[in-house]
Each structure stands twice: as C-alpha cells, then as structure tokens.
Design a binder for this molecule. Structure first.
Ligand SMILES: [Zn+2]
Length: 231
C-alpha cells in the first residue's frame, strides 16, 4: 500500500503498538510519515511483582511508552489513561478517539483486530479495536457526531484505511526487514514488560517476523487485515 503522510496508532496498552505495527511505523517514519500514538490504558495491572502498586506501575509504563515513542520517532503520544482492563465501549471513549482523529487527520489508522474466533483476546484489545473502527467510520466523518468539536475548531475527517494487527485473517503484508531492529529497540524500552526469563524478546520478534514474512517472501514481515473505507 502507499505510504501515507499521516498515520495514527490506537493501542490498548503501552507496548502493543510496537509489537503490532512497530516495523511498519518505523519504515514509514523514516520516509517522512508523521505518526501519532493514542495509548488508551495506563497498563497499571501488567505485572507479576507482588510489591508493585497500580499507581507506581502506571507512572513507570508512561515513561517507558514515551521512551519507546521517542526511539521510534513518533511525533506525539496522547495518553487517555483509562485503567488497565477498564476500557468500555461507551461514548466517552469513542469521543476521545474521534477527537484524536479530527485533531491529527490520519489517512491510515492502526489498531488491534477486535474479532478472534480461535483464541482468547484481552478485553481491552477487543474494545479498543471495536471502538477505534467505529470512531474512524462513521463517527469522525459525520459532523452531527460530537458537534461540540466544531466549536473547538475541529473539522470532520475521512480516514482512508484501517489496518488491524493481531488478526487471524491477514490480507496485507509489509516488509519490515530494514526496520526490525528499530522495532526491537523500541519494544525493549518497555522494560517492565520485557523479562529476560522468557528469553530474549528480540529473538521472539525475529522468529515471529520471519514466520509472517514467509507468507509474502520477505525476510521479516508484519501482517494486517486492511479495511479500505469507501467514504
Ligand atoms: Zn495489550
């Protein structure tokens, strides 16, 4: 697909963006695409450390996400700061995503595929994906949704494509051979989530990238389900 001038990544937790689409994003940024992250939850439950508290973990993970985004060259990170596990498919959350889309006007929006039949899916991923698809189409497009945005100077916006990672039915494969090291380096900024007990996260990302890449004859790839919006 053509590289857009502006893209947005709506991620349920800190670290999902890097895993889901980090190689694609790094490649596009290197060629001039402006990328904004919307981080929906603060990730404040993601630990096995019995001495950790949610407020402290939320602080740690926001710093980690900022460092990962800087490593990647992301232009701006919007933190919605919902509790980890607390995302709801409601008007409040939908308005926040619509607002971000109207502010930054991406041609392409990345998020997680909310539909999965054969394997479990974290509730925040399911809701983040569903609400982001809805916010993209038709809510951000139609001026009578959240009309208060107009008085703040925000215009409606038509997104061209939604790219869903973590999908069971990929139809779009992107070569990330040149950027897989950047994907790994930015993922490693999420130090609270990357334990060497589980083996090197770089090896995991590489074997996964190879497995995906084989389907399209790339050394390393990322896979998405693409929704082209006919506005
Ligand atoms: Zn997640």
């Amino acid at each position: 697909m053509d590289r857009p001038d502006r893209a947005m990544v709506v991620t349920p937790h800190p670290d999902d963006a890097e895993i889901g689409c980090g190689g694609t994003i790094a490649g596009w940024i290197a060629q001039g695409t402006e990328v904004v992250y919307v981080v929906c939850t603060n990730g404040d439950k993601g630990t096995g450390d019995p001495d950790m508290t949610s407020p402290r973990l939320a602080d740690i993970r926001e710093v980690e996400q900022a460092e990962a985004a800087t490593d990647m060259g992301v232009k701006e990170v919007i933190y919605l700061r919902h509790g980890d596990g607390d995302l709801e498919d409601n008007k409040e959350f939908r308005e926040q995503v619509v607002r971000a889309i109207r502010q930054h006007r991406p041609q392409v929006v990345f998020t997680t595929d909310p539909f999965r039949r054969g394997f479990y899916l974290h509730r925040d991923h399911r809701i983040c994906g569903q609400v982001t698809i809805d916010a993209t189409y038709p809510y951000a497009r139609d001026h009578l949704h959240f009309p208060e945005h107009k008085s703040e100077g925000l215009e409606t916006h038509k997104v061209a494509d939604i790219m869903l990672w973590g999908t069971e039915e990929p139809d779009t494969f992107i070569d990330i051979t040149d950027t897989i090291e950047r994907k790994i380096s930015s993922l490693k900024k999420h130090a609270s989530q990357v334990s060497s007990d589980d083996g090197d996260v770089g090896d995991f990302i590489k074997s996964n990238g190879q497995r995906v890449g084989q389907r399209a004859n790339f050394p390393y790839g990322e896979a998405f389900r693409r929704i082209q919006i006919r506005n």
